[in-house]
Ligand binder design. Sequence first.
Ligand code: HEM
Length: 421
Amino acid sequence: MSNIPSSPWPDSTLALLSDGYEFISKRCRRYDSDLFETRLLLQKVICMQGEAAAQLFYDNDRFQRQGAMPQRVIKTLLGQGGVQGLDGEAHRRRKQMFMSLMTPEGIQDIAALTAEHWCAAIMTWENRDTVVFFEAVNDILCRASCQWAGVPLPESHVQQLTKDLVAMVEAPAALGLRHWQGRLARNRAERWLAQGVDDVRARVCPALETSAAHVMAWQRDQDGELLDRKVIAVELLNIIRPIVAIGRFIVFMALALHEYPRYRQMLQAGSEEELTWFVQEVRRFYPFFPAVAAVVKQEFVWQGYRFPQGRWVLLDLYGTDHDPRLWEQPEAFQPERFRSWKGSAFDFIPQGGGNHHQHHRCAGEWITIELMKVALRALTQEMEYAVPSQDLRFSLSQVPALPKSRFIIGNVRAKPRASRV
Ligand code: HEM
């Protein structure tokens, strides 16, 4: 049995804060190993990266999710009692509820709704000198996600809800005020959605039968009981919040179009395949979630290393998507690389790995790809815009990352329909 390489420091939390997305890969390089052991938040943890590590991490017999998430993540990003913390049969049932929404028709509906909101938004941007693209895209996605999920959203509530959803995503890694704003945002949104669940159940506000609000309001657990209204609020937020979070990838996509303009022409002609490669490369190349967490169920040995029961384990998503053994020139932005990607469930994992139905892999990955394609069509085929001088840098130590200026655009013009390719 070999010893897992371990950090000489008693705790690496400060190093995690400064290295951010590169925390695990830097140390894996340093120890010339796919895994190492350290302490984070004073707790022992094994950090791993790469395709084989991802395959191991998604073995449901060896890892569980219960107890894997720190309270600061539960109280802001995830909420209490949601699908992310479930295991076994409880997870399978709950995940099935999410996946039942991800039908080709369901995905087509949200894509069409979002495209309509893009169209309306572009017209309003024409009347403004500049638009902060991050905020404007979040607004589009918030409206579309609530409409699709069957959650009535009064106009007066759009701005507050959008801000709250962004705050939840920014809070887990934040310190001080920004962290507490995320907790308040979650409490406010959960209260509002739980009230909405009562309305659906009382048929005061009937939701479309295929909508998330309807499906979740009438979902039963293993014992045949309706789900708790607070848990449904958490799960509805597990739909609405991440749809709005796609706005970060869309901002990075606009940045990619700006920094690699040679792709613009190709995308204007826009074959479905080429749009998909571009979207996939944005998801691989730019940072979003750095890692996912689990706990060892029962002691086992892997590649000669002992994983003791109860040990906290982190799988590096960003590092695996930039692993030079898997990706040639991983630090180059090359959408064409997806021409020959074999479609492994464990080498390209910006939204987790494994199987969408059986594992904790992101339930909304297909929606993410479709809504990014809607945005890419809008950016390349439906509008013209200028990118004024601004600070477009982003830092890999800031989680979640975003260009400093949040991407400002100006001189927006809708392309006349006839000139659209
Ligand atoms: C910005 C785009 C998104 C990113 C980067 C992202 C990322 C992730 C990641 C890393 C996980 C955890 C995987 C794991 O634990 O192994 C996850 C899980 C999840 N995501 Fe996403 N996601 C995105 C969009 C979405 C969308 C649009 C939805 C819903 C419409 C969604 C719903 C979920 C749900 C329900 C889970 C929990 C799945 C489970 O525990 O079984 N996500 N996502």
